[in-house]
Design a protein around this ligand. Structure first.
Ligand code: EPU
Length: 418
């Protein structure tokens, strides 16, 4: 199995260009099925989660032309058959086939989605939304079968502003009869991107980016060409790296507003960031002081940046806290961070990590436990003394486009080894 080998301590200079957002692209691709004409999506990240979606499309008989950072659907008709667990289980976002196929064909038969084990990850809110639109949902031993004679607009309140449920219900509602209202909807940039994409095909969605989204159903969705929004989590990961190791390091092609919750925390710790229109630049690093972080839905501090932030807090002077409020099991990276020399305690309810700072990390053999936990171990390796070997790197490659090339080009010593 390939591993990552990192020799730590290198200062990083130059430019890292952020790619398109994973969590947007993984929704846009299933959403394309709803279109009745040709769809072209650009700025698609080259990551294994996209390969997994392409495999499902291929199985459903949809032939796409995939470039390094693009995907073109010349035909969006599918052979609407059962999607097996071996395919849906490869990633979380396979659940977007539910909303898209239900919206277009009124019948879905597939296994539950997979994804990183960062918590329970139920999809009850998605299914409740489909039922509100008039669908009948049956669950049978890991299989979900959803049928509707007709989908009819409805008022749907989400108990939690779930990203996945918001997008999935929108996908099912864009061609439903009448008006659907989603209250307590998610406001993340990737939710906005999916809505803008659907509107560019002729969908009628308003309230985009607010907690109350309204969708008036349409019969036909026409051809479109769309650029995926920059990846706020990839951007944030590299800005954290720049804060720790940058020497005239620029992270570009990002939307600074999307990661304001991160940059304001880095500045609170003492990082000197130059924030431009579409880039963040770090001229040099200095000593930082500990801070407290609480993960929240957008525009709060993103749960997906909590793990990459851990090595930063390990390096700060004093005590920091991370409170994780979204997922039940998102401190799996901490055991290996401690193994490398950090001093961290996790509360018995697994919700709060207390980080005693100023620790110097030392390279060790560690493992990626999940995607963002893997990114966190990469950062630990970059700042550690000596050599770090990271196992289970497939988790990292599912979400970070060319992470090895991007870091090497700015001076890191990181490579994939067998
Ligand atoms: N939840 C429910 N029921 C549902 C759906 C969600 O109880 O039906 C709960 C979850 O258990 C969790 C919370 O709501 O406690 C948030 O879940 P959400 O639905 O917002 O998450 P998601 O759509 O499954 C996406 C991203 C995650 C990211 C979260 C939160 C994708 C494919 N995944 O997941 O990304 O952590 O939103 O922002 O978009 C990652 O990229 O590393 C990643 C895990």
């Amino acid at each position: 199995m390939p591993k990552l080998k990192i020799v730590g301590g290198r200062r990083l200079s130059g430019e890292i260009v952020v790619d398109g957002a994973k969590n947007s692209a993984v929704a846009l691709i299933p959403a394309s099925i709803l279109c009745d004409e040709i769809v072209e999506i650009n700025n698609v990240p080259d990551i294994s989660d996209i390969d997994a979606l392409e495999e499902i499309l291929d199985y459903l008989g949809v032939k796409v032309e995939r470039g390094k950072h693009s995907i073109v659907f010349n035909d969006t008709k599918i052979d609407n058959k059962f999607i097996p667990c071996s395919m849906s289980g490869k990633l979380r976002a396979s659940y977007y086939f539910m909303g898209a196929i239900l919206g277009k064909y009124k019948h879905v038969d597939m296994c539950f989605p997979g994804g990183c084990s960062i918590g329970e990850r139920p999809i009850n809110l998605h299914l409740k939304g489909f039922e509100k639109l008039g669908a009948v949902v049956r669950e049978d031993d890991g299989r979900v079968i959803i049928d509707a004679d007709e989908l009819v607009g409805a008022e749907i309140f989400l108990d939690f502003p779930s990203v996945g449920a918001t997008i999935n219900i929108i996908l099912a509602a864009v061609k439903a009869r009448g008006k659907t209202v989603i209250d307590n909807a998610a406001k993340e940039p990737h939710v906005i991107d999916v809505c803008n994409f659907l509107n560019s095909m002729g969908a009628c969605i308003s309230g985009i980016g607010t907690g109350r989204i309204e969708i008036i159903g349409v019969d036909h969705l026409h051809s479109t060409k769309h650029n995926v929004v920059p990846d706020m989590i990839e951007a944030g990961t590299y800005v954290i790296i720049a804060s720790l190791l940058g020497k005239n390091l620029k992270v570009s092609n990002l939307e600074p507003l999307h990661i304001e919750s991160l940059t304001s925390k880095l500045e609170e710790a003492g990082v000197n960031l130059e924030i431009g229109d579409d880039y963040i630049f770090v001229a040099d690093v200095s000593e930082y002081k500990g801070i407290d972080i609480k993960t929240m839905v957008y525009p709060g501090f993103p749960t997906d940046l909590q793990q990459p932030m851990t090595p930063f807090l390990v390096s700060c002077e004093g005590i920091s806290h991370i409170e994780e409020t979204i997922w039940e099991n998102r401190f799996q990276n901490i055991a290996d961070t401690i193994k490398m020399g950090a001093s961290i305690e996790v509360s018995s309810d697994n919700k709060v990590a207390t980080i005693y700072g100023s620790s110097k990390l030392v390279g060790k053999e560690v493992s990626a436990t999940d995607l963002r936990g893997g990114a966190s171990m990469v950062i630990c390796g970059l700042i550690a003394d000596g050599e770090t070997i990271i196992d289970n790197i497939s988790y990292i490659l599912r979400g970070y486009d060319d992470i090895v090339g991007k870091l090497n080009r700015v001076g890191a010593d990181i490579k994939i080894v067998d």
